[in-house]
Design a protein around this ligand. Structure first.
Ligand code: FES
Ligand SMILES: [Fe+2]
Length: 344
């Protein structure tokens, strides 16, 4: 029994990461390799040669095929043998490597984990800000040495910003604002409204306005392991509310956590925004800033995982600030127990 859902889509890579050279990445405990064919469609295979298990990602691309670096077995994009190591040996077409179903959407390459016949692209989580024409989106990937659920806990509890990100987006008002937690089917919403406060430097600069603002944070957990956080500020006089807040600057932090092993995951992070969307330089600066912020989370979470390993007799405790993560974990556990294939 794993800690993750199996019949579901996970993000395997950013669209920019998969190119003609093989990309090796372990997804949900399975070593995989990804590359693009000449027509740019994506091939996903088990990253192990069927002969002596050398990683195929070390191999050499030939057309749409890949040749193993050890003895030269050549496999087509369908995973089936095309040439044997000895040129005169007849090709044995029963020699093959496992392939996986992929789909590109929302700037990500998704891979289906589980029974192939259940792979329906309609089940890909709706990360709409990543591909909405009025929004711009960019981000990156971090390999993080902790259970993917610790990152979900982290993203569903933004009180940590005050301490972990004190130099950028943290501020004491985050600790003072009341929290509202709501569960809607397989989704969890955790909302925080901070009226009439001084914005932290990041948001003051984004708004280009010096003065009191209303600030909001609405964390949303989506099966199997996405968190989208609606964040932003608006001048107090603009009349923004929790339900309607396009008056100022609004961003959507989009995070997807793909399990690698039980104690490591791929963290795909990014930020979409609906302001200054054509400012390419700002997009690059924002991504650099975000990368710095999320590196602070990585440092804390890897230490947390190491501490959990060093203290196996101790349990994680949940206080009121943890309710979003607790609800998300309950939904994951229920879905695993029910054998569900992911979002409805
Ligand atoms: S290990 Fe790949 S051809 Fe021998
Ligand atoms: Fe953080």
């Amino acid at each position: 029994m794993t800690s993750w859902l199996t019949n579901t889509w996970y993000v395997a890579a950013w669209d920019t990461e998969v190119d003609t050279a093989p990309l090796s990445r372990t997804i949900c405990g399975v070593p995989m390799l990804f590359y693009r064919r000449l027509d740019r469609r994506i091939v996903a295979m088990r990253d192990a040669c069927p002969h002596r298990l050398l990683p195929l990602s070390l191999g050499i691309r030939e057309g749409d095929s890949i040749r193993c670096k050890y003895h030269g077995l050549k496999l087509g994009p369908d995973g089936v043998a095309e040439e044997m190591p000895l040129a005169n040996d007849p090709v044995n077409r029963s020699i093959c490597v496992e392939t996986f179903i992929t789909h590109e959407r929302h700037r990500f390459v998704w891979v289906w984990i589980g029974e192939r016949e259940r792979a329906d692209p309609a089940l890909i989580p709706d990360l709409w800000p990543c591909s909405h024409p009025d929004w711009v989106f960019d981000g990156d990937h971090y390999a993080i040495a902790c259970d993917y659920r610790l990152m979900i806990d982290n993203l569903m509890d933004l009180t940590h910003e005050t301490h972990v990100h004190s130099g950028s987006i943290g501020q004491p008002e985050i600790m003072e604002a009341p929290l509202t937690c709501r569960v809607d089917g397989d989704r969890v919403f955790l909302s925080r409204w901070m009226p009439d406060i001084t914005p932290p430097p990041f948001w003051r600069d984004a708004l280009r306005h010096d003065g009191p603002v209303d600030r909001w944070q609405i964390c949303q957990f989506v099966l199997p392991s996405a968190v989208m956080i609606d964040v932003g500020v608006a001048p107090v006089a603009a009349g923004a509310t929790l339900d309607s807040h396009d008056q100022g600057v609004r961003g959507m932090v989009v995070d997807f956590m793909t399990p690698e092993t039980e104690e490591s995951h791929h963290y795909f992070w990014g930020m979409a925004r609906n302001f200054d969307i054509h400012d390419v330089g700002f997009t690059a600066r924002l991504k650099r800033q975000q990368g710095g912020v999320f590196a602070e989370d990585r440092a804390v979470l890897e230490q947390q995982q190491a501490s959990m390993r060093a203290n196996p007799d101790l349990k994680l405790r949940a206080y009121s600030i943890d309710q979003g993560g607790v609800r998300a974990r309950q939904i994951i556990a229920r879905a695993i127990a029910a054998g569900k294939e992911g979002p409805p």
